[in-house]
Design a protein around this ligand. Structure first.
Ligand SMILES: Nc1ncnc2c1ncn2[C@@H]1O[C@H](COP(=O)(O)OP(=O)(O)OP(=O)(O)O)[C@@H](O)[C@H]1O
Length: 820
């Protein structure tokens, strides 16, 4: 017992800082005296403590500042304390009780002096503890507040705008609101995991055990659950989905969350951090993009391609078959076709109609059922756009119904106008129309610059008894001469124009800048004055198409129908808009691989036998654009060779492959001329050239000889590429890579016409092969084959070639000198 007492005194002295052995008085009394004295001194000191705090050093102050709010929060509002902080306090209380027990044991049980001393000693111990605790809290805060401090430091240094931090806080709040039940601290991955684990446990109907062993068991269980889940549904492994799955049980969840908060706080205390701080850190980790990083332009997501949306008439064309040999209708199968026309066609060797004729002729005749002065049933007829391969008979497709419609006219007026881009083409079409009109009273006139302007004027208008009369029913024109005649030829007007045909329409749209179409419309529609009256010279009183009004619909108006034809008709709605088409309809052979089968379409654009209308309708839409078809009988090849080898390969084709009536296209007039000279110098072949360098008469003469088979190879520029119809051409060579896909289509289209066969070769340099293939693939043509020429063949031709080259250079020098 005594030894216990002495040990207690040692303990007390440890607090007082003295050893009992040093005292000379009776040990017990002197010690007590000293204790009393020291206690008084302590008491005095304790009373002074607040003042001391105010006088403390800045370092101490900062510690106190950090510590004070935390302590105050715990001490002053116990009701607001979280369960977690309670547990901390409980632990500390326990610690204090142990110390007080020691103190009480040391001072003596039931001793008076000890009773008076005990509170003072207790106070001192408390103070020490408080100080220790302050320091502990301050140190802990320093550790725990790292995230805040770091963020504050970043803000203070101006590295990020303060707003961005606020954004994080706002986001926290927003997220909390969105999820509703997600509590503070769930962002912490560990705690969050625990939370979910606990919930999963609860869902399974098991008791909630939050003891360390319990949570460990829950963790293991969760791992299994997640593993199971992964196996069954890999797509549902995200944490959010797990939360969603669990959160269905609302009532349970509230209880779980309360309990979970306990667990969270316990762990938080153990980890030495607060939920708030951890949350900020995790938010930082999760959302670094809240901070704008200058120069960081990396795009994670691919931009979606903008889908083209075509007008319905372009997206849903009437598709016609390509074959010019199968399922053709006899000429007399079309009702209402005049005998004179049938006879003329038979004379031309046309007994059956090609697909484009089979479809277009009835549509046009139908729109004329009620006469040429009005559309069928009084409605203005729709404009037509026809895109069909080269050599498919488009010329007859418009010539036949127009002649049929006009052949019974009484007064001669310009009722049909056919516009073509070149003089040669205009001449060619004029000849066909003239041949068809022979047995009719119709007068076709060509105004394409083939004659002098005055001559053309005299062919168009004649003055009889002081009045100007039209001499032309059908005018075939090039844009330039047409505009000249509209503006300069008195009496020439288009007031009674019923058909406007734009052949090679895509080519003519490129020249829309000449404004020829505006000139045509100006001449065709009656100009209205402000008071609503018209010019007295205008006899048709045809108003420009516009909104349907009572005034407009009260009288029939002569409709002007536009007909567009091309093998490469532009499907660009913007370009087509310039032509101001009226409710246009597209008839084409071009289809995409995803488009519905050809036979599934009617001419009027309606489909038959299609499973799901909407789906298939959309599938064919955008793929159609830019796709052109070439004749069925055409075989396409490319020959890879160097620029120097090209003349040798060409010579080899002419001499060894026995191609007759070959058309050879170059990219320029100069190359055309040089190649022509070179081939001529190499000898052994009949060669001629065809380009704008030659006069019209020279060209016509050359064409005649070529058609007659007197010329084996005609070297030409792209002036020849469009529309020219030469019957026996079996081979087309693109000596230079065609600059555009359309150019290629028109070049190769000079062969394999009217259902016949033909071969096209393209001479491509090594570096051009990919571009060439790519160009054709984009147009939906990927069947082109490679043709190789043995070097032995070329070597055999090399000596003649070298000799010709030497002669060529001196010949070109001479010609140049001759020019100046
Ligand atoms: N029904 C037919 N039967 C036999 N031959 C025809 C028929 N229709 C047209 N032809 C002939 O087919 C050839 C090509 O016709 P056309 O010149 O009208 O073709 P196209 O489609 O206008 O070609 P391009 O797009 O190259 O101008 C011509 O020689 C023409 O006489």
């Amino acid at each position: 017992m005594l030894s216990d007492h002495i040990m207690s005194l040692f303990t007390v002295n440890r607090y007082l800082g003295e050893s009992p052995v040093e005292s000379g008085a009776s040990p017990g009394q002197s010690i007590l005296d000293k204790i009393n004295a020291k206690a008084k001194a302590r008491e005095e000191q304790r009373k002074q403590t607040p003042l001391k705090l105010k006088e403390s050093s800045p370092a101490q102050e900062s510690k106190v500042k950090h510590a004070t709010p935390r302590r105050t929060a715990k001490d002053e509002s116990p009701s607001s304390q979280t369960p977690g902080t309670d547990s901390v306090k409980r632990k500390k209380k326990k610690k204090k009780l142990v110390v007080q027990q020691e103190s009480s044991d040391a001072v003596g049980h039931g001793d008076d002096g000890g009773d008076t001393l005990l509170p003072q000693v207790g106070e001192m111990i408390k103070e020490d503890e408080k100080r220790d605790e302050d320091v502990t809290v301050a140190v802990r805060d320093a550790v725990m507040l790292t995230a805040k401090e770091r963020k504050q430091r970043v803000i203070d240094q101006g590295l990020v705008p303060k707003d961005s931090v606020v954004t994080i806080k706002k986001k926290k709040g927003k997220r909390k609101n969105e999820e509703g039940k997600v509590k503070e601290g769930e962002d912490r991955s560990e705690i969050s995991e625990m939370s979910k684990k606990t919930r999963l446990e609860m869902k399974d109907g098991e008791s909630l055990d939050l003891s360390p062993s319990g949570t460990k068991r829950i963790k293991e269980k969760l791992k299994k659950n997640v593993g199971k889940k992964d196996r069954t549904d890999k797509n549902q492994t995200t944490k959010d989905e797990e939360l969603n799955m669990v959160s269905k049980d609302e009532s349970r969840k509230e209880e779980e969350e309360e309990e979970q908060m306990e667990v969270d706080k316990e762990e938080e205390e153990e980890d030495g951090g607060t939920v708030e701080e951890e949350k900020v850190e995790s938010e930082d980790d999760k959302e670094p993009h809240n901070f704008v990083i200058l120069g960081d332009f990396e795009r994670k997501h691919k931009k979606k391609k903008v889908q083209e949306a075509l007008p319905d008439w372009l997206a849903r064309p009437s598709v016609i078959q390509q074959s010019l040999t199968n399922d053709l209708q006899p000429v007399n199968s079309i009702k209402g076709l005049d005998e004179r026309l049938v006879t003329a066609l038979a004379y031309m060797g046309v007994e059956k109609f090609f697909p484009v004729q089979q479809h277009v002729i009835p549509v046009l005749l139908e729109s004329l059922r009620d006469g040429i002065h009005t559309g069928h049933a009084g409605y203005r007829p729709r404009d037509l756009c026809i895109s069909a391969p080269t050599g498919s008979g488009k010329t007859l497709a418009y010539a036949i119904p127009i002649i049929q419609a006009l052949m019974n006219r009484v007064v001669c007026r310009v009722r049909a106008l056919v516009v073509l881009p070149t003089r040669d083409l205009a001449t060619q079409v004029y000849k066909i129309i003239s041949a068809l009109c022979k047995a009719t009273p119709l007068k076709p006139v060509l105004i394409g610059g083939t004659k002098k302007f005055a001559q053309e004027q005299s062919l168009l208008v004649r003055e009889i008894d002081g009045e100007l009369h039209s001499l032309a029913d059908i005018v075939v024109a090039t844009p330039g001469r047409l505009v000249d005649n509209i503006s300069q030829t008195a009496g020439f007007n288009l007031q009674h124009l019923r058909f406007l045909v734009i052949d090679e329409a895509d080519r003519l749209m490129e020249h829309i800048s000449q404004d020829w179409i505006a000139q045509v419309e100006k001449s065709a529609y009656t100009p209205l004055y402000d008071n609503g009256t018209t010019l007295p010279t205008f006899t048709s009183n045809r108003q420009r198409p516009g909104p349907l009004t009572i005034n407009r619909s009260s009288s029939f108006q002569l409709p002007l129908q536009k007909l567009l034809f091309s093998a490469t008709l532009s499907q660009n709605p913007e370009k087509l808009t310039q032509l101001r088409l009226f409710q246009p309809r597209l008839i084409t052979t071009a289809t995409s691989s995803r488009a519905p089968p050809i036979s599934a379409w009617h001419l009027d654009g309606e489909k038959e036998g299609v499973k799901e209308e909407g789906k298939e309708k959309d599938e064919g839409r955008t793929d159609f654009v830019g796709k052109y078809t070439t004749p069925v009988g055409l075989s396409e090849y490319f020959v890879q060779c160097t620029a120097g080898e090209k003349p040798l390969v060409l010579q080899h084709f002419l001499l060894n492959l026995y191609f007759k009536q070959v058309l050879c296209f170059t990219n320029s007039v100069q190359t055309t001329h040089r190649l022509y000279l070179l081939l001529k110098l190499m000898g052994d072949v009949e060669v001629s050239e065809f380009s704008s360098n030659l006069s019209q008469s020279e060209r016509q003469n050359i064409l005649k000889q070529f058609k007659a088979g007197k010329i084996q190879i005609l070297v030409c520029s792209d002036a020849m590429a469009r529309g020219m119809d030469i019957e026996n051409v079996r081979c087309v060579i693109s000596y230079d890579l065609p600059p555009h896909l359309k150019t290629y289509i028109h070049r190769v289209g000079r062969t394999a016409r009217a259902g016949r066969g033909g071969t096209a070769f393209s001479f491509i340099r090594k570096k051009e092969v990919n571009d060439f293939k790519h160009m054709l693939k984009n147009a939906g043509k990927d069947g082109i084959q490679r043709h190789t020429v043995s070097s032995n063949h070329l070597e055999a031709l090399a000596p003649a070639y070298t000799e010709a080259l030497t002669k060529l250079s001196s010949m070109l020098r001479e010609q140049k000198a001759h020019q100046y």
